[in-house]
Design a protein around this ligand. Structure first.
Ligand code: PHE
Length: 452
């Protein structure tokens, strides 16, 4: 397919919402509160915001410009911009990461689907012991597999409809809906008795908690949450129109993503603190064990409010997860479609089947395959560690070196300033961040943490 025939997103708002859809996901609503809870609250959030500003945004702009300039999938983009070099491996690492992330992300997305169904049918509110409910569910030999497969299939349905009619249309409906649900939930959560303690946890930083691990976690979380470091946004940017302002788009996406993450904290922690005996550092179980408890205990006298609160929350999780799985699927589908000249439908089917297969292993690693450990980690944990803590930061580092050092400065300037039409106040600073700050910061955080 020549560059001119390639599909584009139809509007600027579509571009922002699709990219924000990729960024906003379980990373914000499930992983972020869990990291905040385990890393001591407000201080973690501050380190996180620094990572977003000085590492995440520059890398995101770079991904955008690589994608839009090459007008190719992530796997092919580096071969267009740096033909005959080894840079292609950065793209290949991105495609590999897409398969791996979708494999394990699909599992948690499947849990959200199960919890949405259980909320709707009332079986969640009937349960007495949510730890048991959760452990029974994730440890079952077929349920999580089924829900994971259903979720990836749902993703498949949107993907085969294409970029404009599938991804863009879907994001334009889902993202406003998602923001609306979040706002309603924040108001509900604030109005709970005892919520001020939860707010204090989020707003009063304790810097004695900040160490190397916290910084590595914050960086990994920033890359994961913003979907940067593996070419998701690079693939989306290959469908951007010429008139999209890359810096503004990256700024808007980062802002929406951070806003949603912090709001998710504002939903979860005040709610958790409003029920005595629940703790904010419950880890991955926070939204699946702690919150159902909150929904039930806090609304004991008015159960229908608890029912609606809980249903809305899990619908929110499903929507957020879906716009992200779509973007992961697209990375791999676009690669197979363009590289091997498969039809879009065939390419999508291959991706769906491979990810479902990986998903089976990850889903079962909470039950049947729990005994299989590598470096003490279950298959699921290993996928999470290898992608979020290794591949994304490493990808981010190479992407910044590529745009900062390798790529012709003229190309960077043309893309970022729209052929000189836009005045970009911090262009020099942006290059400085890419050349020095991002690579050095990522490398040192890595070395410090992984080899100590
Ligand atoms: N950013 C998504 C989230 O927050 C996850 C994701 C990571 C999506 C990497 C695409 C690429 O849930």
């Amino acid at each position: 397919m020549s560059a001119n025939e390639r599909v584009n997103f139809g509007s600027k708002i579509g571009i922002i919402l699709a990219s924000a859809g990729s960024a906003v996901g379980l990373g914000n609503i499930w992983r972020f509160p869990c990291e905040v809870g385990e890393n001591g609250g407000a201080a973690f959030i501050l380190v996180y915001i620094l990572c977003v500003m000085f590492l995440g945004i520059p890398v995101m702009v770079s991904e955008f410009l690589i994608g839009r300039r090459s007008r190719a999938n992530t796997g092919g983009a580096y071969e267009v911009l740096a033909p005959g070099t080894q840079w292609k491996w950065v793209g290949m690492m991105g495609v590999t990461a897409a398969f791996l992330i979708l494999g394990y992300y699909g599992v948690v997305a499947g849990w959200t689907l199960e919890y949405m169904v259980a909320s709707a049918t009332g079986s969640l509110s009937e349960s007495k012991d949510y730890t048991l409910f959760f452990n029974d569910f994730v440890g079952s030999p077929w349920k999580p597999v089924l829900y994971m497969a259903a979720f990836i299939l749902l993703t498949h349905v949107v993907i085969v409809r294409g970029v404009k009619d599938g991804i863009e249309k879907f994001s334009k409906v889902m993202m406003p809906l998602l923001l609306l649900i979040i706002c309603v939930l924040v108001v509900c959560s604030f109005s709970m008795p005892g919520s001020s303690e939860g707010l204090a946890f989020l707003l009063r930083p304790d810097f004695s908690k900040v160490d190397g691990k916290v910084v590595l976690d914050a960086m990994g979380q920033a890359f994961f949450s913003m979907s940067v470091g593996m070419g998701c946004l690079c693939t989306y940017a290959s469908y951007f129109t010429r008139d999209a302002n890359l810096v503004k788009t990256a700024g808007s996406v980062a802002l929406i993503d951070t806003f949603v993450a912090v709001l998710a904290g504002f939903i979860i922690f005040p709610a958790v603190y409003s029920v005595p005996g629940l703790s904010p550092d419950a880890g991955p179980g926070l939204v699946f064990v702690t919150l159902p408890n909150v929904f039930q205990l806090a609304f004991k006298s008015v159960p229908w409010v608890g029912y609606i609160f809980s249903l809305m929350f899990y619908v929110l999780l499903v929507l957020a997860a879906l716009t992200s799985t779509i973007s992961l699927h697209e990375v791999a589908t676009a690669y197979l479609h363009e590289r091997f000249k498969l039809s879009r439908k065939k390419a999508a089917t291959v991706v769906t089947l491979v990810c479902m297969t990986l998903g089976v292993f990850c889903a079962l690693s909470f039950g049947l395959l729990n005994g299989i450990r590598l470096g003490g980690m279950t298959i699921f944990d290993l996928f999470d560690f290898v992608t979020a803590k290794l591949m994304l930061p490493l990808g981010g580092m190479f992407i910044s070196i590529f745009t900062g050092w390798y790529l012709d400065r003229r190309i960077v300037r043309e893309e970022v300033t729209d052929w000189g039409k836009l005045r970009i106040p911090f262009f020099g600073f942006y290059i400085f961040l890419l050349k020095f700050v991002a690579p050095v910061a990522i490398a040192s955080i890595f070395v410090n943490e992984l080899f100590k």
